[in-house]
Design a protein around this ligand. Structure first.
Ligand code: TRP
Length: 452
């Protein structure tokens, strides 16, 4: 079936916003940001992360949406079409191709962590957390990691959920569910924050996260923070570009971007506060790594009134947030297959789903059987995929998109898409053309050992 593809459009601005926010808000905010703050020196990381969101994330999100809306296609064909319009080399399509692969690599580990969250819904529901203390909570989490079969089961469930929706297409109704579930996630977070305020050590948490300690800002911290700004806003691989291609013409890209960036960043920081208040009150290690939220949150749910119900609901909402993010990781690849190959959406989803599922098996084994298998510079499979995508592939994708939109695309075309007043447009142009590329480039120089 190789019919010209009719593109569906989002119902209105809110659905686009919620779908894009649904892509942005996910494990990156709830699972990854909190533990990275702990591993990378607390407030130093938070400060650089916020700067990266403001100076690089927001302008590049605008760039990615504008490229998508102008192209009206998947990233690969989209970049090709935009290059044709700008009258430059069609090789820009490989940028779209790189993004699609990046998304699948991310999903390879995202789905495994999504599986951890699913398993925690189950544990919360059966009452595992009742009255639990730190050491027991840590032991529970370690037991999960030590069981490849359990991990495989939940990873498989997560992949089925993701590919099930992807097989049905972007108007499947999931974005409507975002309407209720994202606000619900914020609400339940407030409950958690309330608990942390009364029972945790919020004073220490605030100090840990916000008392600037400039001495701890190292190039490695900047690199990780920049990578996470991309990860958290879903930038640099074409996910936002695909969503932008479904965005109606009259909607303001700048305003939408700012709302999403604020919601996304706030959510992550609030989770961080709730968690570190618990970490300090329970004398748990701040630099626990990827298991952090799974080790700390059960303590809160195990002790708060109604915690059985609230904990179950919390992990359900997190799973949902992860689910609406994971869809955007595969959507570019699926859209590419459907728009280019004579293949049905369902077949494409099956094919891609199986490949990513296999990759996920390697990832979950790297938490137990294959823990000692190192891929590059002492990193195991999970760590390699994570570092490779967040600190190299996403910023690289973003860098090229910025260069394309800023230096190759005709100025009146970007102006037309952004539809901003003079100052706003100039500000975007300055950050997109100069600030963001320099920041990314400098970080790469460090990464490849040119700069120390
Ligand atoms: N931003 C999501 C999160 O924070 C993850 C994600 C979804 C993503 N789509 C993406 C990251 C595309 C990078 C690129 O959990």
């Amino acid at each position: 079936m190789n019919l010209p593809v009719k593109r569906s459009h989002w119902g209105n601005r809110w659905t686009f916003m919620l779908a894009t926010a649904g892509s942005a808000i996910g494990l990156g905010n709830i699972w990854k940001l909190p533990y990275m703050i702990g591993v990378n020196g607390g407030s130093a990381f938070v400060l650089v992360f916020i700067l990266c969101i403001l100076l690089v994330g927001i302008p590049l999100m605008m760039t990615e949406i504008l490229l998508g809306r102008r192209a009206q296609k998947n990233p690969y064909n989209g970049m090709q079409a935009l290059a044709a319009e700008a009258n430059v080399s069609r090789s820009w399509k490989y940028l779209g191709g790189m993004g699609m692969v990046t998304g699948l690599l991310i999903l390879g580990f995202y789905s495994v962590i999504g599986g951890w969250v699913l398993s925690y819904i189950y544990y919360a529901a059966i009452g595992t957390f009742a009255g639990i203390e730190g050491p027991q909570s840590i032991a529970n989490f370690n037991a999960l990691l030590a069981s490849p079969v359990t991990l495989l089961f939940w990873h498989t469930v997560f992949m089925l959920l993701t590919m099930g929706v992807v097989a049905r297409g972007v108007n499947s109704g999931l974005e409507k569910a975002n309407n209720i579930l994202i606000p619900a996630l914020f609400m339940i977070l407030l409950v958690l924050l309330g608990y942390s305020l009364s029972e945790g050590d919020m004073h220490l948490a605030v100090q840990f996260m916000f008392n600037p300690d400039f001495g701890k800002i190292t190039p490695a911290v900047v690199l990780t923070a920049l990578g996470h700004a991309f990860f958290s806003l879903s930038l640099g691989m074409g996910a936002v570009m695909v969503y932008g291609s479904y965005l109606q013409r009259h909607i303001s890209i700048a305003r939408t971007t700012i709302y999403i960036a604020i919601a996304d960043t706030m959510l992550g920081l609030l989770v961080g506060l709730a968690i570190y208040a618990l970490v300090f009150a329970n004398h748990l290690p701040a630099a626990a790594g990827p298991g952090l939220i799974f080790q700390t949150l059960p303590i809160a749910f195990g002790h708060m009134p109604g915690g059985h119900f609230i904990g179950t609901l919390f992990f359900m909402l997190v799973a949902f947030a992860a689910w609406s993010s994971s869809i955007s990781l595969v959507e570019p690849a699926i859209a590419w297959i459907v728009e280019n190959k004579a293949m049905k959406r369902t077949t494409a989803a099956l094919l891609i789903g199986i490949s990513v599922w296999l990759l996920g098996i390697a990832v979950l084994l790297s938490f137990n059987e294959w823990k000692e298998i190192k891929i590059i510079s002492g990193l195991n499979i999970f760590e390699t995929l994570d570092k490779l995508t967040s600190t190299i592939l996403l910023p690289l994708g973003g860098l090229f998109m910025a260069i394309f939109a800023g230096y190759f695309m005709k100025k009146n075309h970007s102006q037309e898409e952004l539809n901003l007043h003079r100052n706003g447009y100039d500000l975007w142009r300055f950050t997109n053309n100069i600030v963001a590329p320099i920041a990314i480039f400098a970080v790469f120089l460090y990464l490849f050992g040119v700069m120390k």
